[in-house]
Design a protein around this ligand. Structure first.
Ligand code: SF4
Ligand code: MG
Length: 335
């Protein structure tokens, strides 16, 4: 399968008055052409920082990519200049944020914002740009696009505004779309419509999607593969089926038990006790040790080895490694 994006051993830190926050600690993943990869985890796990780094949007200082690579079309984006990133943003890689109101300019009509986005990157006549803007509004499900082009963001409902944000993100037909909590600010019924829209645009435009979310309901609906993040690391990856039905990492299992499931009416919701570790001085061993019901002696001493359950299913937990039972750290070398 063609890879659109290949991220390897990414480390990102932020310098603060309190010290250095190690927000992303050696993250590796890839995105195949035309697929939706969901990056899932609690707030503060590093998922938004990871996605912002792909867009070249880590503010530096205080942020810094300390190590690793983000390969896109043979180019390492961690080494791209601001000028190169400006060319890539919007045209090759686009991003949608959580709150549609802050993503839109309240003083410009929706039509102007779409046409400007397009003309900023492509040489087109006004007429041609307008035509493409109308077609895109139509594609994202805005009725009467010719008329609604003339309206301002406040004249649209929340769901319609998010459709406009999606239209702006897609207007140059990017290869990769990053959506950071795209439905969190919306009502449940509108959420479902926006998720359907993601499926439709993927079918029609062939765009590859990275979906950042804490909401496993959203993931169940549109993801092909899932990467679960915890304390700046990806602790489990797999296809949607592998994660939902054969999760191996205790944290992933905990996440799955802490959300309501329509298919399991009797299942009790079990919150995960405790909080994630402090990323000023992250633990050297498994960051889930303090909250994990299965923690062993080795767990807080050495970071777990990387285990391959299948070609697509990978997990970082000592329960998958027989050597954990034999030693308590010293003779096990972790990667
Ligand atoms: Fe639990 Fe140990 Fe696995 Fe971490 S490595 S999730 S503490 S069993
Ligand atoms: Mg976030």
């Amino acid at each position: 399968m063609d890879k659109v994006l290949d991220v390897k051993n990414l480390h990102i830190s932020f310098t603060t008055y309190g010290g250095e926050v190690k927000a992303v600690r050696g993250v590796t993943f890839h995105l195949n052409k035309g697929e939706t990869l969901a990056i899932v985890g609690e707030s503060g796990c590093g998922k938004s920082v990871t996605s912002s780094s792909i867009m070249g949007l880590i503010p530096s200082p205080p942020g810094k990519i300390v190590n690793g690579s983000i390969m896109y079309k043979g180019k390492d984006l961690t080494k791209a200049t601001d000028k190169e990133m400006r060319k890539i943003r919007g045209v090759d890689i686009s991003m949608i944020f959580q709150d549609p109101m802050t993503a839109l300019n309240p003083t410009l009509t929706v039509g102007t914002q779409l046409v400007e986005g397009l003309k900023h990157h492509k040489t087109l006549s006004n007429n041609e740009a307008r035509k493409q803007a109308i077609a895109m509004m139509h594609l994202v499900g805005i009725p009467n696009p010719e008329e609604r082009m003339k309206q301002y963001p406040h004249q649209f409902s929340g769901g319609m505004r998010q459709r406009i944000v999606i239209a702006i993100a897609l207007i140059c037909e990017p290869e990769l779309l990053i959506a950071d909590e795209p439905t969190t600010a919306l009502d449940v019924t509108i959420q479902a419509q926006i998720l359907d829209l993601f499926g439709r645009i993927q079918e029609q435009l062939g765009v590859s999607i990275i979906l950042i979310t804490h909401d496993l309901g959203v993931v169940a609906k549109i993801a092909d593969r899932i990467a679960v993040m915890y304390a700046g690391k990806i602790i489990e990856t797999g296809t949607k089926r592998e994660i939902f039905y054969h999760a191996q990492h205790p944290y992933t299992k905990g996440l799955l038990h802490s959300v309501p499931r329509l298919d399991l009416k009797e299942a009790k919701l079990i919150p995960i006790d405790g909080t994630p570790p402090d990323l000023f001085s992250p633990p050297i061993g498994c960051p889930f040790t303090a909250r994990c019901p299965y923690a062993m002696e080795v767990c807080d001493k050495v970071y777990p080895t990387h285990s391959k359950i299948s070609d697509s299913h990978h997990v970082e937990c000592w329960l998958q490694d027989d050597r954990a039972k034999l030693v308590a750290g010293s003779t096990v070398t972790s990667k």
